[in-house]
Every structure is written in structure tokens, then in C-alpha cells.
Design a protein around this ligand. Structure first.
Ligand SMILES: [Zn+2]
Length: 464
């Protein structure tokens, strides 16, 4: 990583003496460089110290947590220095997205400490109906920047090189075919490499437009949603398009399938680096520099992977992701169920003490239901791709458990009866059950308001 901050002292060019905001960011980033190597028990001990602070604040200054802790008989001590009590912690109820929406202003702190800086609001539209509203603070913003720098450092990015992004852009910006160009990758790197070139294209563009734009802009790094990348890879493989400067693809926002990671290496010849984040809390986990699994950002969040009985999952097990924000003093989030699932991994051979998630398996609505009540994260994209040629597909499970495969054909290449039969057979084989399947040929697949495309959509009522 080659960069240096700008010096703000007259006549001092190097080493730079940066402005106070940049110095603070670099001071936090420096601490993260040290703490990543701490043993896991040392990290856990410091998490508990910080947890006590946020619990005492939430209890004292929000109506929601005052009531919740009292009702559950797990009131944390008002003394942040009191020892951590794991039994009391286990009684703190998990809060669902629906409960967060219902709690509304009762979650907001009435005694926000001004030293935490400016409050902003993030509004997420992942659920249908009411959006989730969470306030963020100067401190959570600072930590977000520091972890962004950690991600760049872990994956050895040249902060001066061209960054290409294909994502949701508000108000029709970065429209195809040309997209838009700008200077500076974003707020985290602005003080270090303010002139780094950026090329942006709205995700509201066709796959052909995306590939043509990528070839033309030829960035060193590409940030993209996994499903968008997957469709681009199909076109790139077919057309032999080349992107000579590309060094790395970064995926965000959606659950990444191992198939997409393998195809990226095979077709583009560059590694793929995935990130696991949520708008409400920022980064949950970053990909290890040396392995394709993820390290929980334990300095920032307490991430619990819990089974159906609320107990922590052992390595190898998949559970729901429950997160506690250790630093948000505006909207405290304690044991918040994001609706995602992840698999716990054993300690990483890289030596970092940060906990490991082997994979992120998406949202509960992404679980396939079998007639006997079993659920599974459906893996079907490889099988379907081998069965027939098409542009994109999305699998929908309706309330009666029947499946609909919505298929966008390649231009000029119809999905005929043979292809339909092959897709039905491939799906049943991949899912290990003779589901009723219909094939629906469509012109395009709808994205969510945030631009996400779900590979699998369940319309089955949750069993919780
Ligand atoms: Zn590692």
C-alpha cells in the first residue's frame, strides 16, 4: 500500500504531520494493526470492557433497554467497571428487525454524549414495508474509516490506482453507457490519496453495457455485487473481453457463492475479495489476507452466531448472526438479529486472533424449505449453468413449496423445451428432492430498491 497523508505544517513535507482528524484516524488504524494479532481471549476481555460501557449507557438513557433489561431480569450494572456476567448476558433478548422498527424512538439515547460527534441516520430498505432507521455517530464513522483502511492494507491495494464501481446510484447518476468519473475512492482514503481515480457505473445498466464499460475504463480494482459480477463473467467468457489492468475484484452487499469466486479466478484471472457488512452496523467481517474466509471485526462489534436455542454455534455449524454494536451511543444496538446466517470457523492459521466465519450464507428468506420441514441454503447455480445456457436466473419458492426458476435468456438464444427439461432435472438433482418446478422466461429480474438481486427468494412463511 503506497500512500502518505498530507502534511499541514509549513515546510514539513516528509514524514507528514497531518491535520487532527487524519491523525485521529491513523491513531485508531494503528491500534487495529496491533490488536489483530492479540490472542482471542485478550480480544474477548477488551470487548467485555467496552460492552459494559455501552450496556450501562443503553440502560440509563433509552426507554427500550431500561424496560427490556428489567423485564428479562438481566439488568446490567450501572457501573461499567462491574465484572462481565455471562449468565445475565445470555438472558438479554435477541431483537429482530421487526422489533427494532417497532421500538422506533424508544431506542434513541436521551443522553447522547456530544464527544461522540455528529449524528447521521441510515435508512435501510432491506425488509418489505417499513424501513429500518438507525442513527450513526462521529465515533462509529471514524471506526468505519479505520476498518476500511484495514481492508485496503490486508489486501495490499494501491490507493492511487483506478477504482471501478458498479452499484446502486441514486437519482439516475452514473448512467450507462459512460457512467461517471470522480477523484478519491471515498471518505476513508480521502486524506491519504485524494486524487485516486474512480470510474462509476449505475447498476441500472445491461450486462453488455457493464462489460463494455469495464473494458473501456480498465480499472485496477472493481467493486460489484456478486450477482452482477456473475452475469458479467458469463459475457466475458463468451466474448473473450480483456481487462488488462485489473488486479482484484471486490464484492459487497450480497451473499457470495463459492461458484462466483471460482469463476472470477478462472475467467478474469484475478482474486476476488469479499466483504460482509450491514448498513446498520458497518463491517461485520473482512476476508483474511491469506485465506478465503472472514475475520470478524471484533474491535468494533460483538458478533454471536447462535443456534435455534440461542446457544453459541461451535466451529462447522451454521447459525443466525446476532450483533452488538460496541460503540453506537445514539441508537444502541444490543443483540440485534440481522437476519443473516453464517458458519463458524476454527482459529485462522494466519495468526490473527479475530474470530473466523467460514462463509456467510445470506438471509433467512434465502433458506429453502423441504416438505418435511428441513431448511437448507440452496446451492443450484452451478448445476443450472451446466444444464442450459442463459443470462441470469433467480429461484423462487412459493408458499406451497413449489419452485419457479425465473430465467433471463441470452439474446437470440431461446430457452426451448429441451433446455427447460434439463433445468428442471438439474434443479431437482442439485436440491435432492423432486420439487414441483416451473420455468418462467423473463426479460429481466427485479432488483430491490438498494439494487440487490437475490439468487433465491422464499415466499414461504418463516417457521420462527
Ligand atoms: Zn486469517
Amino acid at each position: 500500500m503506497t500512500w502518505s497523508p498530507r502534511s499541514t505544517v509549513h515546510g514539513i513535507a516528509w514524514p507528514a504531520v497531518p491535520d487532527p482528524a487524519t491523525s485521529t484516524l491513523l491513531a485508531v488504524a494503528w491500534q487495529l494493526d496491533q490488536t489483530q494479532w492479540w490472542p482471542s481471549d485478550e480480544l474477548a476481555r477488551h470487548q467485555q470492557l467496552q460492552l459494559a460501557q455501552v450496556l450501562a449507557h443503553a440502560r440509563a438513557s433509552t426507554a427500550h433497554y431500561a424496560d427490556t433489561f428489567a423485564a428479562a431480569g438481566c439488568a446490567p450494572s450501572s457501573d461499567p467497571g462491574a465484572p462481565f456476567d455471562p449468565e445475565a448476558w445470555a438472558r438479554v433478548p435477541v431483537m429482530t428487525r421487526e422489533q427494532l422498527i417497532a421500538a422506533g424512538p424508544r431506542l434513541a439515547s436521551r443522553a447522547y454524549p456530544s464527544t461522540h460527534g455528529r449524528i447521521d441516520e441510515v435508512v435501510t430498505s432491506r425488509t418489505s414495508g417499513e424501513p429500518v432507521r438507525v442513527r450513526t455517530t462521529g465515533v462509529t464513522g471514524l471506526l468505519w474509516k479505520a476498518i476500511t483502511l484495514r481492508d485496503h492494507a490486508w489486501h495490499r491495494r494501491d490507493l492511487r490506482a483506478r477504482l471501478g464501481t458498479i452499484r446502486h446510484v441514486a437519482d439516475g447518476g452514473a448512467a450507462p453507457p459512460d457512467g461517471a468519473r470522480a477523484a478519491g475512492w471515498g471518505p476513508a482514503t480521502a486524506p491519504l490519496a485524494p486524487d485516486a481515480p474512480v470510474s462509476a457505473l449505475s447498476v441500472a445498466s445491461t450486462t453488455e453495457e457493464q462489460v463494455a464499460w469495464l473494458v473501456r475504463e480498465d480499472p485496477a480494482y472493481l467493486v460489484v455485487y456478486p450477482t452482477v459480477l456473475d452475469a458479467m463473467l458469463t459475457v466475458i467468457a463468451r466474448t473473450g473481453a480483456r481487462v488488462p489492468s485489473l488486479r482484484q475484484v471486490r464484492t459487497i452487499s450480497e451473499a457470495l457463492s463459492p461458484d462466483t469466486r471460482a469463476r472470477c479466478a478462472e475467467i478474469l484471472g484475478v482474486p476476488l475479495v469479499d466483504t460482509y457488512s450491514a448498513q446498520e452496523v458497518g463491517y461485520l467481517a473482512l476476508q483474511c489476507p491469506d485465506h478465503p474466509h472472514y475475520h470478524v471485526q471484533a474491535e468494533r462489534l460483538l458478533v454471536e452466531i447462535l443456534d435455534d436455542h440461542g446457544a453459541p454455534c461451535p466451529p462447522g455449524a451454521i447459525g443466525r448472526v446476532v450483533v452488538t454494536d460496541l460503540h453506537n451511543f445514539a441508537t444502541p444496538l444490543i443483540r440485534y438479529d440481522l437476519g443473516d446466517f453464517a458458519e463458524v470457523g476454527p482459529p485462522c492459521p494466519c495468526g490473527r486472533g479475530l474470530p473466523v466465519l467460514t462463509r456467510i450464507v445470506g438471509r433467512r428468506r434465502g433458506m429453502l424449505r423441504y416438505p418435511d420441514g428441513r431448511t437448507a441454503w440452496p446451492v443450484f447455480t452451478v448445476a443450472c449453468r451446466q444444464a442450459a445456457r442463459y443470462r441470469q436466473c433467480q429461484l423462487v419458492q412459493d408458499a406451497d413449496l413449489a419452485l419457479r426458476l425465473r430465467v433471463v435468456p441470452e439474446p437470440g438464444l431461446a430457452i426451448d423445451d429441451a433446455a427447460r427439461a434439463a433445468l428442471v432435472a438439474a434443479l431437482r438433482r442439485a436440491l435432492g428432492h423432486p420439487f414441483a418446478v416451473t420455468i418462467e422466461v423473463v426479460d429481466a429480474l427485479d432488483r430491490s430498491p438498494a439494487g440487490k438481486l437475490e439468487e433465491f427468494v422464499s415466499r414461504v412463511a418463516p417457521s420462527r
